[in-house]
Structure formats: C-alpha cells, structure tokens
Design a protein around this ligand. Structure first.
Ligand SMILES: [Zn+2]
Length: 113
C-alpha cells in the first residue's frame, strides 16, 4: 500500500528554514537544536490533540480486517475500509506501549512497519 506522511516533509522544511535563519550551519548550536526539537515535539502534540497526523510514525493497516489509516489533504487522521475508500469510519487505532496499536474495528494488535 501507499504510505503518505506529508507532515514529515513539512518538518524537514521547518528544520531547513531554521538552519537558513541561523545562517551558516556551523552557527547552529546544540542549544538551538534542543530548542527546535522540543518545539517540534510540542507541535506534534498539538497536531494530535486536534485529530491530525503528526507524521512521527507510519500509517497503520490492520492485517486482519483491512482497516486503513490515511491523512486527508487538511492533515486530519482518518480510517477507512477498502470497500469505501476515503470515507472516514470515525474509528481510530488505540496506541499501546512499545509501538503497538489495537484495531478499533476487530481488536487485532497492529505493529508499526
Ligand atoms: Zn482490524
């Protein structure tokens, strides 16, 4: 399946812009990078709280029932079934410790790729 994570590219652009602001890459200090990293983490948290996809993991697909995660052009995280492509089921995978997720449709455990 196709995996799309447009926000990863946006993150890379944000990092590139930050480096440009700082001038030469050698002017960027560890402190700058730490600040940037914590800023990105805060943004990802905010995106998730708004129902968006933060691009910090792969999109999921349930091997049992075929439920798929996808990201809309507005950045919202949705799930859909192969029989109704692009139609949000309203279900969301439940995040468990250690990169595991539970399928909300059939209860199967799903691992990130
Ligand atoms: Zn499932």
């Amino acid at each position: 399946m196709k995996k799309r994570a447009p926000t990863k590219q946006a993150n890379k652009e944000a990092i590139a812009a930050r480096f440009e602001q700082a001038g030469e890459a050698s002017d960027v200090t560890l402190q700058d990078l730490r600040q940037l990293a914590s800023h990105i983490v805060a943004l990802q948290k905010q995106i998730r709280s708004l129902g968006g996809f933060a691009g910090d993991r792969e999109l999921l697909e349930c091997p049992q029932c075929g439920l798929l995660e996808d990201v809309t052009f507005t950045g919202q995280l949705i799930t859909w079934r192969p029989s109704a492509e692009g139609q949000d089921t309203g279900l969301r995978f439940e995040e468990l410790p250690q990169g595991c997720f539970r399928c909300p449709a059939c209860g199967s455990m799903v691992q990130e790729d």
